[in-house]
Design a protein. Structure first.
Length: 428
């Protein structure tokens, strides 16, 4: 029996993951990611996919980051109505991320209509909150480490990838006549010994491996994460400045606050207020608290996780008024706010206020895609375009690599070589 595998994203780029597996007359899409970063990539989201969404039998999701699930409402808008299988924690987080993504799409369209710069009259969103709600109704929970039949003779098993809460690699067994063919889709592979998340489960034996490569051509800084953060943050806090940490709401914010609080508790950083200024990050932290078990988080966190994820002096800011009050507060203090690549959200308002002032620090805590404001800052730009104005860059800008949720070259090799046998074919 012939099976085919096609790549419709995350090929020659690290964004927009979509892999179409056709076997036994059925079509399974693994991940439904939105293209992000460069304009030429983002424009791909508006093109019709090379497959017919209404002919898909099912979708399997490795985790809830937008470059893996953000195209799902678009597929639903175009006629997909089959089951979407993923882990329980991913289902919980998907409501946050997909509804937020839909709101941003609608806001962007409304802004384009007000300013009149869209080629379309009127400008329309890529998808709406109604599309996102329809997509969320299709989600079905799959337990880790349990084989399930997802189609005609097609079986799948989700294993913890250690990337973010609920992340998984997906092992699949395909019917091929008298034998089976084994495929593994890595999803995004996490770090070893990382704060908060467990180590990725080893790669099982397989015939074909599809593996991510976000950091496949480089190695992370081996300096311990807490020491990297201490060295970056300490001078700013000692001089009375403000540290702004643009951090992804899911996973990264929780890691950042965890490490900062432990540095302060251990006397290695001065104790200053920490503010989480992101409604999504606040909600995501609460979802993390519902999954404080050894299956989802690092065993040390599980032991006293609620106390460590919700320290008494970390201030959570959900409302707009709460966020605005931060404008009147001088340093030293730390503000953690989304988005992680400075693409939008409340962090931009803090950036406008803090970036022109010497003595402040913008600490990049994650991967910065080409074309994003975060990448431009790290490339040494002296001004940054925000809300239609060119903001002078006088604050210090530092990249913190130790908290990356992606395994680097060595860690990807470690994960791949853990299998008992070498795969026959590897797609990177």
């Amino acid at each position: 029996m012939t099976s085919t595998l096609a790549f419709h994203g995350a090929a020659r780029t690290v964004t927009g993951s979509k892999y179409l597996l056709e076997t036994a007359g059925e079509r399974t899409l693994i991940d439904a990611g939105l293209f992000q970063g460069l304009k030429e990539l983002r424009l791909l989201n508006w093109e019709d996919p090379p497959f017919q969404p209404q002919r898909l039998d099912r979708i399997l999701l490795t985790h809830t980051h937008i470059d893996h699930i953000g195209f799902l409402p678009r597929l639903v808008r175009r006629g997909f109505d089959g089951p979407v299988l993923t882990t329980r924690a991913t289902v919980d987080l998907a409501r946050l991320l997909l509804l937020d993504s839909a709101r941003l799409q609608e806001e962007d369209a409304a802004y384009a209509n007000r300013k009149g710069f869209s080629r379309h009259r009127p400008a329309e969103p890529l998808y709406t909150e109604r599309d996102a709600e329809a997509a969320l109704r299709l989600l079905e929970v799959v337990d880790y480490d349990r084989w399930i039949e997802v189609g005609a003779g097609l079986h799948a098993r989700f294993q913890n990838a250690g990337h973010i809460l609920g992340s998984a690699s997906i092992e699949m067994r395909l019917p091929t006549g008298s034998a089976e063919r084994r495929l593994v889709f890595s999803g995004d592979i996490g770090r070893y010994g990382s704060p908060l998340h467990p180590d990725p489960e080893p790669l099982p034996d397989c015939d074909v491996l599809i593996v991510e490569s976000t950091y496949g051509d480089r190695d992370h800084d081996t300096t311990p994460v807490d020491e990297q953060m201490r060295l970056a943050v300490h001078p700013t806090l000692e001089s009375g400045g403000t540290v702004l940490v643009p951090a992804f709401a899911v996973g990264r914010t929780q890691q950042v606050v965890l490490v900062l609080r432990e540095l302060m508790n251990g006397g290695r950083l001065p104790t200053v207020p920490i503010h989480i200024d992101s409604p999504m990050a606040v909600d995501a932290t609460r979802i993390y608290s519902r999954h404080l078990d050894a299956e989802h988080v690092d065993a040390e966190i599980f032991a006293d996780g609620r106390e460590r994820l919700f320290p008494h002096d970390v201030q959570l800011h959900s409302s707009v008024d709460d966020s605005k009050r931060l404008n009147d507060l001088d340093g030293p203090r730390i503000i953690v706010s989304a988005s992680g690549m400075l693409s939008g959200g409340r962090v931009l308002h803090h950036l406008v206020r803090l970036l022109p002032r010497r003595g402040n620090l913008v600490l990049m805590a994650g991967f910065q895609a080409a074309g994003t404001r975060g990448r431009k800052l790290l490339e040494g730009r002296r001004t940054l375009r925000v809300h239609g104005a060119d903001i002078p860059v006088r604050a210090e800008c530092v990249a913190l690599h130790g908290l990356s949720a992606h395994g680097d070259r060595g860690e990807l090799e470690r994960w791949m070589t853990a299998a008992g046998a070498r795969p026959n074919t590897v797609y990177v």
